[in-house]
Design a protein around this ligand. Structure first.
Ligand code: MG
Length: 386
């Protein structure tokens, strides 16, 4: 889902997070291996928002830059109040003068493409819009000793979330005219100017991480946001005379070679097909046609690197790979560790997530007659299911 007409975004990450307990400001803590702020920055970038301004305290700019690496993000310096931070974010957008801008709290990591799209769509009719949930709990008024003084009507009351979306001119003018107490959200800035402010159905997943127990819940939710996919690959090549056999990116000295259009590295070919299979992206021949002369004698590591890059382009990650070589010759075992290290280097996986195994067919069939060898591979890929 993309957003159509251009929109910029400001992600406010200036808090010190004292309520969330030890471990530093919550927006830089990791959630399922990624900084909390990264979750929303990625969602905004994936939706096509640009530029994205990340507003952080000056002393947090190194971790902020790490959280934003590879995304169209510029940093701005947070102020002492939230409104000052938003002003700093808007100042960084003056030159871009976007038609629409989203303002989002970094501490709300589970930002969906649908919410981004719905908020922006509401700006066709409104000056400002935000997701909100109706208040469902009973509201009590109590004194300082928590003695109940009465029950408040909850009809017509909503809990407002972020991202809050604005027509750029409405928000800019609202902040320019802002006087008195700083509001606790940005919709109020437009409300005070008499602008039209629209609520849209909110998302219970957009909860703000505030207290230490919120992180345990968020970790469970984050885990549920990944879909695990498995792919299988098989490849065989025939032996011919040569000076070595390429397998899993390692050249094994031999008086044989594998015959094929590229370097005929059946291990890398099977693994490339496994990764492509996990993505349902066809097979190696679709991406690197044997009829194309540029792949003649080519080193096959680039095929696997291409498939791994396709995983990254989908926002996913490779979890583990397992390759089995079926052959009588050459002997695989002495080279197995070098193969694992080479596959780890190509895929970016840690060594303990890379397996290479070897077996024979007890002298049966084409591998048993040493006419060629066979490789099988499986790859596990995790894709975001946002
Ligand atoms: Mg092949």
């Amino acid at each position: 889902m993309t957003i159509g007409r251009p929109a910029a975004a400001v992600v406010v990450a200036g808090g010190v997070g004292s309520r969330a307990g030890p471990g530093g400001p919550k927006q830089w803590r990791t959630l399922a291996g990624r900084p909390v702020a990264r979750w929303s920055l990625q969602a905004l970038a994936d939706a096509g928002c640009a530029p994205i301004v990340l507003v952080a305290r000056a002393e947090d700019h190194v971790v902020a830059a790490e959280a934003a690496v590879g995304l169209p993000v510029v940093l701005a310096e947070a102020g002492s109040e939230r409104a000052d931070s938003v002003r700093a974010g808007l100042a960084a957008l003056v030159e871009a003068a976007p038609e629409r801008v989203l303002i989002h709290d970094a501490a709300r990591p589970f930002l969906s493409a649908k919410i981004i799209s719905d908020v922006l769509a509401a700006l066709d009719e409104a000056d400002a819009a935000a997701p909100a949930l109706p208040v469902s709990d009973t509201l009590k008024r109590a004194d300082a000793a928590l003695l109940v003084q009465g029950t408040e009507p909850r009809d017509g009351l909503f809990r407002v979330q972020t991202p809050q979306g604005f027509r750029w001119s409405a928000l800019r003018d609202g902040y320019a005219r802002l006087t008195g107490d700083a509001p606790t959200d940005d919709l109020a800035v437009v409300e005070r100017t008499g602008g039209r402010v629209q609520l849209i159905p909110g998302d219970s997943m957009l909860t703000k991480l505030t207290h230490p127990e919120d992180f345990a819940m968020a970790e469970r939710l984050a885990a549920a946001r990944w879909t695990t996919r498995v792919g299988l690959g098989v490849d065989a090549h025939r032996f011919g005379p040569g000076d070595g056999v390429w397998l899993c990116g390692v050249k094994i000295p031999s008086e044989l070679a594998l015959i094929g259009h590229s370097d005929a590295d059946a291990g890398l070919h099977a693994l490339t097909d496994a990764v492509l299979g996990a993505l349902s992206e066809g097979d190696i021949g679709d991406h690197f046609p044997p009829s194309d002369p540029q792949w003649r004698g080519a080193a096959s590591d680039q095929f696997l690197a291409h498939a791994v890059a396709m995983v990254a382009a989908r926002g996913g990650r490779l979890a583990n790979v397992d390759v089995t070589i079926v052959s009588e010759t050459p002997r695989i075992k002495p080279h197995r560790q070098a193969m694992r290290e080479r596959l780890a280097a190509i895929t970016g996986l840690p060594l303990d997530a890379v397996s290479v195994k070897a077996t024979t067919t007890e002298r049966m069939g084409f591998t048993g007659r040493e006419e060629g060898l066979l490789a099988q591979a499986v790859a596990t890929v995790e894709l975001p299911s946002l």
